[in-house]
Every structure is written in C-alpha cells, then in structure tokens.
Design a protein around this ligand. Structure first.
Ligand code: GDP
Length: 567
C-alpha cells in the first residue's frame, strides 16, 4: 500500500481532519498534521484505535456545541512575482473546476469566481497580486481567508515574492505555496524549497509548516491537489458564517455598464443580500434591482462565500468599499448623503498636524513596525544591523517588510493596514508621487534619510517615546478598621487614621495578618457623615473601596499615590 495522508484517512472515516488529529492526540499520537503520511502499519493502527475509541466514547447528544453559523466557502487570493503564472493558474482553475458551469454558458470576468471540488466550493479573487490584496485590506474591507503564493520553479523567490510573503504575514492568514512551471526542463523544486526554508518557510516535506504543492498551470497538473490543500487548510480554519448575521461584503470590482448602469461585484463573507434590499455602498446607495451570479444567472439572494454582481446602485462605487444594508430607501439615501464623496476627512485632519504630532500618534503600542526601503542591499543590511542593536525597554521592533527600491504604493497600503504603529522609512530613496499622495490620504507617515545615524537616532527616540511611564508608590497614611457599616451597594469601613492622612482620591492596599489582600482605589471618604477630601492622623473616617467589600474589623489600610519616575 502506498503511504496515506492523514486527511485521506479522515475522509475514509467520515470525520474532519481536525477531529481525527485531536482524537489521535488524545490517544497518544501527538504532533500529526493533516498532510503527514503514514505507512500501512500505522494506518491500520489508526483505524483500529479510532474505531475502538469511537465505540467506547460515543459523544452524548448536544455535547459538541457547533460554532455559530454554517460552513462557508473559503475566499482565496493569488499572489506572487510577475510572470510566475498567477493569471494562468486562475484561468486553469476556472476552466477545469468552475462551479455550476453551464454547457455553453458565458462566463464573464467579474473579479471573482467559485470553483468546485468534490462538491465543495472555493471562492477565488480574480485580481492577482499583493497590491489588490492589501488594497482591499487597507480599506478595511475584503477578507481573504487563504493566500496562494505562486513561485515559478525555474526562477525561485524573487523581489515581489518576498513582498507577497510579507503582505501575507501581515494579514496573518494561512499561505499555500504553489510551485509552478514544473513542466519546464530547468524547473528546480529543491532550490525553491531551499529558498523557502531560508526565509523561515520550511516546507512540510522537510519537517516544517509550509504547505507546498508542485504544479504546472499550463499543463493543468497538480491543480486538483492544490484545491485539495485549500479545502484542507480551510477545514482546519473552520470557516463559518452566519447567513442571518450582519452583512460583511465589499466591492471587489465595479464599472458602468451601458444599459445596466452601475455594476458592483462582491464576495459575501457573512450575511445575505436579497433582491430589492436597500443598500449603502460608501457614498452611494440604491435598491438591489438584480443579483447575478458568476454564470450570468439571476438569483434572488446571495449567501456567504458567493460571488455576485449587484445592479441598482446610483453610482459606481470604488473597489474595496464595504456594503451595508439599510432599513429602507430613505435611510439608505440619508446614510450615503452623510458621507463625503471622497475620503477626505482623515486627510484634512492630518494635514493640520505637524510631523511631531503624527509621530507621537504613530507611536502608541508595544511594537514599532517598520517598512524599510533602501537604495541598495548593502544599505539595507547596515540598517537592519544598526536598528537591531537598539534595545529599548519592553518595546519591540518589527520589520514588516524590507526591500531595495523606491517607496511604492504597495508599501503604503501595507502600512495603512496596520494603522497606527507602522512607519515607512526610506534610506537614500524617496516615495514616488503616487505613493506620496496615497500616504497623505491614508495618514501613513514616511520618513526619508540619507545618513544612517540620523535614521537610527530618530527610531531610537520613537522607541523611547513608546515606553510606558514608570510609577512608584508614595505612602500617604495608614488606617485601622474598627467597625463595619452596611450601606446600599456596599460596605463602609469605619476607620481610625493611625498615621499620615487619607485623601479621597488616594489608592489603597488592604492588609490582613501582614498580607496584602487587595489593591485598589478609594471610592468615597466620609467624616461625620459628610464627604471629606482629607482626613488627618488621629481622626476617624468612613472609607468605601471601589469593587471590594471583603473588609474585616482589624484590617489595615495603607493609603498611597503614584508618582512618575524617570526610566
Ligand atoms: P503572472 O504575471 O504571474 O500573472 O503570470 P502569467 O500567468 O501571465 O504567466 C506568465 C508566463 O508564464 C506566460 O507566458 C505563461 O504562459 C507562462 N506560464 C504560466 N504557467 C506556466 C507553467 O506552468 N508552465 C510553463 N511552461 N509556462 C507557464
């Protein structure tokens, strides 16, 4: 018998790979992956163990609470270096596996399509490349679930492959590497695998985590295996969507059609769009006049995972705009009218800030993310080295992407998806005019340098600004609890101030038997039944502690404030 993969065994047993792997783990076979292979002996061992186990422990009804929603088709984007075969791959899948393909039906390119394997659907975004991918994300819209990274086996990892890898990593979604052009005589699978391993993407066949599938898009080889892998990864991700939930969908393609008016294509991540729904798409709106699927068929409703063309909008909406459903056409019109035609608000607000303000705003968080573009590989290496040698307390420096060349629109888009704490740094290189415009529109901060120590100094300053201030306790006084009073909503501790003073805005430690029981904030301080601001040593008072009423007679309170100290 040939070796079997875990997912094949799972299919034979009629369970999901995830279920089988969990079961095997419980039965003392940890660390297995769906794509791992087993030999004949292990195979029958698994079958026996699994069947015995299932016979003994039949799950009680209702024991497994399903996650909310129903499984939905994964949404997949294809990325990779130019000419490595992204378009050819998308065409090959469309031709061989298009879902619901009608004999003689005309398939238009609408920006996405659904493929089908063993009755399971996969939605492919038909605009390949990381610019489209990150562009969607930058608008906070399109959710891609899985990325396919195409690498030509005769060319290996190239500049845009590296960019694509960084964009996928930033999106934090699983990646499948399709090693294409395997039919070419100079295809070198081993070299590609090696390149991947060197980039921290060790292939599964070499003991790593990266799923790789050798294919030939032109010869239609390995395509089914690739789709299998997508379904497998999707299964592990447990993608679900609630068809009755809030609509999550955005425009992936739009144009003005003679005769049909504005047309917007969307892929639905969650919720349902029905014919005659009133929708708002950015600053335009309309009543859905028709919904047309990928085969040109009119449908009445579009559910999660499906690709659909929407007719009935007043204007052509920009790609990436989210679609919302309104109660009625009046509400839709009002919401759309309240939005600026172009997204200028953020831009305007930012123009009034100076660089320091922008910088400060960019610097919130525990991590400073950088996209660094330099004029040469040597310069890039030097910057890497210098910046990595900076150590600032508790703040991490992460290189989201580094490369040689001008700052591009795709760099800006990548930065804008991570919003606040990401800087784009150019060394000996400046952004082009398109990238500059995009940066000011998206509020992305670009810093350009020609001298390395200036760059290092500025980044070090930024990191230091991010360190949260440190505080030390300054003791104000002490009290002893003599009596307790129940009041509506809590307990008041009747105390004698034994040292220093108590202030109404003070912080408090509760000490019992020399052990600190609780630290919190004074909620109210009273003296002679009236609110007091301060009570001095030798006097008596009533203290209420915020979110704490486990107080006992004899407890000691230590009152203190916090003072900021120099790091
Ligand atoms: P893209 O820029 O990544 O979209 O690349 P294309 O799909 O346009 O492909 C670039 C070139 O590579 C075209 O001439 C394709 O015919 C060719 N190509 C794509 N896939 C394969 C393949 O599997 N084998 C061979 N021999 N050529 C391929």
């Amino acid at each position: 018998m040939a070796r079997k993969r875990i997912y094949e065994i799972a299919r034979e047993l009629g369970v999901s790979s995830k279920e089988l792997i969990t079961k095997l783990e419980q039965m003392g076979m940890p660390g297995l992956k769906a794509t791992n292979t087993v030999d004949e002996e292990e195979y029958s061992l698994i079958l026996n163990l699994y069947q015995e186990d299932v016979a003994v422990a039949k799950p009680k009804e209702g024991q497994h609470k399903p996650k909310k929603g129903v499984p939905r088709a994964p949404i997949v984007s294809v990325l990779g270096h130019i000419d490595h075969g992204k378009t050819t791959l998308l065409d090959a899948i469309r031709e061989s596996h298009l879902a619901d393909k009608e004999a003689g039906g005309i398939t238009q390119t609408v920006g996405a399509y659904q493929a089908d394997l063993h009755g399971q659907k996969i939605t492919f975004i038909d605009t390949p490349g990381h610019k489209a991918f990150t562009g969607m994300r930058a608008r906070g819209a399109m959710a891609t679930d899985i990325a396919i990274l195409v690498i030509a086996a005769d060319d290996g990892i190239m500049a845009q492959t590296v960019e694509a890898i960084d964009h996928i990593r930033a999106a934090n979604i699983p990646m499948i590497v399709a090693i294409n052009k395997m039919d070419k005589p100079n295809a070198d699978l081993k070299k590609v695998m090696n390149d991947l391993a060197q980039r921290g993407l060790t292939p599964e066949d070499w003991g790593g985590d990266t799923v790789t599938v050798p294919i030939s898009a032109t010869k239609n080889e390995g395509i089914t295996e690739l789709l299998e892998m997508i379904l497998l990864v999707a299964e592990m991700e447990d993608l679900r969507a609630d068809p009755d939930g809030l609509l999550e969908a955005s425009v992936i393609e739009s144009h003005l059609s003679v005769g049909r008016g504005p047309v917007a294509t969307t892929v639905i991540s969650q919720g349902t769009i029905h014919q005659s729904d009133c929708i708002v798409v950015g600053s335009t709106h309309g009543r859905v006049r028709a919904l047309i699927n990928q085969n040109g068929k009119h449908i009445r409703e579009a559910t999660p995972g499906t690709v659909v063309e929407i007719l009935g909008l007043q204007e052509v909406p920009p790609v990436g705009t989210p679609i919302e459903i309104a109660k009625n056409i009046t509400q839709a019109r009002q919401i759309a009218a309240s939005r600026p035609a172009k997204q200028v608000t953020r831009h305007r607000a930012r123009e009034q800030m100076n660089v320091e303000d922008l910088f400060r705003e960019a610097m919130e968080g525990e991590k400073l993310r950088l996209i660094v573009k330099a004029s040469s590989t040597g310069a890039l290496e030097a910057i890497h080295h210098e910046l990595n040698s900076i150590t600032v307390d508790s703040i991490e420096l992460e290189f989201l992407h580094t490369g040689v060349g001008a700052i591009s629109e795709s760099d800006i888009l990548l930065a804008s998806t991570v919003a606040k704490n990401c800087l784009v740094v150019g060394f000996g290189t400046k952004p082009g005019s398109k990238a500059s415009k995009l940066a000011s529109r998206e509020g992305v901060l670009i810093l350009s340098y020609d001298i390395i120590y200036e760059l290092v100094e500025q980044i070090e300053r930024a990191l230091k600004q991010m360190v949260p201030p440190k505080y030390e306790e300054v003791k104000l006084g002490e009290t002893e609890v003599r009596e307790l009073f129940k009041v509506p909503g809590g307990i008041v501790a009747g105390c004698a101030v034994t040292a220093g003073k108590v202030t109404s805005n003070g912080k408090i430690h509760v000490v019992r038997d020399n052990e600190q029981l609780f630290t919190g904030q004074i909620a109210s301080l009273r003296r002679f039944k009236k609110d007091a601001r301060e009570v001095q040593s030798g006097q008596e008072c009533g203290i209420c502690i915020k979110d704490f009423d486990n107080i006992k007679v004899g407890d000691k309170f230590i009152i203190f404030t916090l003072k900021e100290v120099e790091p």
